[in-house]
Design a protein around this ligand. Structure first.
Ligand code: MN
Length: 723
């Protein structure tokens, strides 16, 4: 089979412990599926997945990832389905192919591009292999970019530089990052790229001499004299970093010291420090150019000691010292874990993984564009290392403030932050943290919490999102309260408790229909005027009426819809009720039990509408104070109110009658003879010859009611009266 020998050879060279038979089958399937397809270069299509696979083998990936690399384009381009792949190669490989297939990035500039990149980033949090395959895919596409149209070359290169290279960097895969950057640069800045190449080539001979001289000294001192086992090699820096120094930072080519460097790979950590000592004894170090990433690894797990020394001819030579494992991680980053650690350790405990999850979790809200921009910003920015008071190292985006630090530690600490100390001194919250700063957050239980201005005091997207979330939640809570008060007020008018309302089937249907998850959400929407309160109340009211009407139809001699008179605004001191300990409060009389002077009454403190007066025996009232006893308040009728003052209390009662056509008319005329205002009347059939009439009137007190009741009871066919 074509290409199999190449792949087999490479797997053997890399000593990979993978399922050769299965990988061979995958190649066979890919070859059959892509038959007759060609790339823009005119080559057979299968060459592309083969090359992608070779990159993955070079990174020492596992069986599933290699198989997914071979098959990464078959689902999109051929008749093979994910189910086919799962059947033949297992669930994991199928999921990887699915993940890569779903991540096809649309051309630059289309709005959906952000959505695609967002999907890719989210997919990473599920399985990093998907991204590694994607990076390998992109790398091979960049290597063969010359066959594409110039506009495509530019847009793909830009995307590579903006998203893929930083991503490779964050995952610590330096090898891919460098190649992607150099390739992108050659398309985006072809003139500068060629210029640079020329400059490096002319200086190369001279530089190499200096480097070789330094390597000779190191070999003698380290290998011959100190008997340490090491490999020492010269290395050339990649183009893009030199380009940035010259064209973006404006350095002279002569002053780009680390054009070339030396890398020493030692057997273990102790040797690394030993070698550092040897170097310091034999060369003059350049001040400020020493970094120990062994004791404080970079967030992408990079470990190495960097030191720059003055070599022959006064040239600066950068020397990197690391162990073999560190070297592998430096080149392959997170992918190196596959060969060094159990694969499970990469998924949950890895720092990169933690960082990734953190950024993703805090970026869930907002548009795709915001998500991608926030994410790439964090990818590209440098970092600053600071200490917590306990001495833990915390890595933050450079430019971070004590507030970023506080939110990094915990949302609560951020939200309660009122100040900060750096190295023991109070600093403003917008202070820019420096490497090595020891940061202490001052919190207060009574802190008023974040405001919009805090968004300008932080740089990490994590802190930004936590602040936004807090502000939003705060508003949510407030609005729930406002909405609930408005709602309570209305449902009280139709004689319901909030609990009855919540359990009402019309209400439930309404919430379901409008996708409102809970009563709190309804309250929130009412406050935001996104849900119309009157609509739902009318719905419930109408339904109640319809239910009644069904029953009424047989005996109803008057229309069931009697217009309810508008409520009368009473003056403050006009209620006729004394509230214990409170003056000048708004009082309302409950519609459910319509208390009258002379009744035993109790008060219920509503959230904003003041106090509602119920009869003490009212079932609603008993339920409400049982649910929230703190809202109960003692009230009594004010007996000092002059007799002349007429308080009209809305009052409801039920009359039970033998079903006869004229009873209702008799009752109505009786009420009007008593000069009592009739507000509403409604009847319903209870059985063949029994009916109930609900009457709402406006009345002065219980005494008036007693007289009325006595007279109604005298009407023929009236059976009983009930409040
Ligand atoms: Mn591809």
């Amino acid at each position: 089979m074509k290409y199999w020998l190449d792949i087999e050879k490479e797997i053997k060279e890399k000593n990979l412990n993978v399922d050769m038979k299965l990988i061979r089958e995958a190649l066979l399937l890919a070859q059959e599926s892509h038959i007759g397809q060609f790339r823009k270069s005119g080559e057979e299509y299968i060459l592309h997945p083969v090359e992608v696979t070779r990159i993955l083998i070079d990174m020492k990936m596992d069986t599933d990832t290699i198989i997914a690399g071979i098959l990464h384009d078959v689902v999109e381009d051929t008749f093979i389905t994910i189910a086919d792949i799962e059947y033949n190669f297992g669930k994991n490989a199928a999921q990887l192919v699915d993940g890569v297939t779903k991540l096809k990035i649309l051309p630059n500039g289309t709005k959906d591009q952000y959505e695609n990149i967002r999907k890719m980033i989210l997919a990473m949090s599920l399985n990093l292999s998907v991204v590694i395959i994607k990076l390998a895919d992109r790398l091979h596409n960049m290597r063969t970019l010359k066959y594409m149209k110039p506009e495509k070359q530019i847009s793909i290169s830009q995307e590579t530089l903006e998203i893929y290279a930083p991503l490779a960097h964050r995952l610590g895969i330096a090898k891919i990052k460098w190649e992607l950057e150099d390739l992108a640069l050659s398309y985006l800045k072809p003139k500068e790229y060629q210029e640079l190449k020329k400059m490096i080539d002319t200086k190369k001979g001279q530089r190499e001499k200096y480097i070789d001289a330094a390597i000779e000294i190191l070999k003698v001192k380290i290998i011959d004299e100190s008997k340490l086992k090491v490999t020492i090699k010269g290395r050339i820096k990649h183009f893009y970093s030199i380009y940035k120094k010259i064209y973006e930072k404006g350095k002279e080519f002569e002053h780009v010291y680390d054009l070339m460097g030396i890398r020493i790979v030692a057997e273990n950590k102790r040797d690394c420090y030993h070698i550092l000592g040897i170097i310091q004894e034999n060369f003059q170090p350049v001040p400020g150019r020493f970094k120990d990433y062994i004791s404080a690894p970079k967030s992408n797990n990079y470990q190495s000691i960097h030191t720059t020394v003055i070599g022959a001819g006064g040239t600066f030579v950068e020397i990197q010292i690391r162990t073999e494992e560190m070297d592998k991680i430096a080149e392959n980053g997170i992918a190196a874990h596959w060969s060094y650690k159990e694969q499970t350790s990469i998924t949950k405990k890895d720092q990169v993984y933690g960082w990734l999850r953190g950024v993703i979790e805090t970026q869930q809200e907002g548009s795709s564009e915001e998500f991608v921009k926030g994410f790439t910003e964090e990818l590209i920015r440098g970092t600053v290392f600071v200490f917590s008071p306990k001495g833990d190292i915390v890595e933050l985006t450079s430019g971070s403030t004590p507030l970023d630090f506080a939110f990094y530690i915990h949302s609560d600490i951020g939200c309660k932050c009122i100040g900060a100390k750096v190295n023991g001194k109070i600093v403003p919250l917008e202070y820019k943290l420096k490497n090595g700063d020891c940061v202490e957050v001052i919190t207060s239980k009574n802190a008023k919490g974040p405001g919009n201005d805090w968004l300008n005091m932080v740089v990490t997207s994590g802190a930004k999102n936590k602040i936004r979330k807090w502000i939003k939640e705060q508003k949510f809570e407030e609005n729930i309260k406002i909405g609930r008060d408005l709602l309570e007020d209305e449902i009280e008018k139709i004689g319901m408790t909030i609990k009855e309302f919540e359990e009402n089937k019309i209400v439930k249907k309404h919430l379901e229909k409008h996708n409102i998850p809970s009563l709190d959400d309804l309250c929130f929407q009412i406050a935001e005027k996104r849900s119309k309160l009157d609509v739902i109340i009318t719905k419930v009211k109408l339904e109640l009426e319809i239910e009644k009407e069904k029953n009424d139809r047989l005996i109803n001699p008057i229309p069931s819809k009697v217009k309810v008179k508008e409520k009368i605004d009473r003056k403050k001191n006009d209620y006729g009720v004394i509230v214990e300990g409170i003056e000048n409060t708004l009082i309302k009389f409950a519609k459910c039990c319509t208390p009258l002077p002379g009744d035993e009454i109790g008060g219920y403190i509503t959230k904003i509408t003041g106090i509602t007066i119920h009869r003490k025996e009212c079932q609603n009232y008993l339920n409400m104070i049982k649910l929230d006893p703190g809202r109960q308040i003692d009230v009594s009728w004010d007996n000092k109110i002059e007799e002349s003052r007429v308080n009209k209390y809305k009052f409801a009662f039920n009359v039970f009658i033998n079903n006869r056509n004229n009873v209702l008319a008799d009752i109505i005329s009786l009420i009007s003879n008593h000069k009592i205002l009739l507000t509403s009347i409604n009847s319903s059939i209870l059985s063949n010859n029994e009916a109930k009439i609900k009457i709402i009137i406006e009345i002065r007190d219980k005494n008036d009611y007693s007289i009325l009741v006595n007279n109604i009871l005298k009407i023929k066919d009236v059976l009983s009266i009930e409040r």
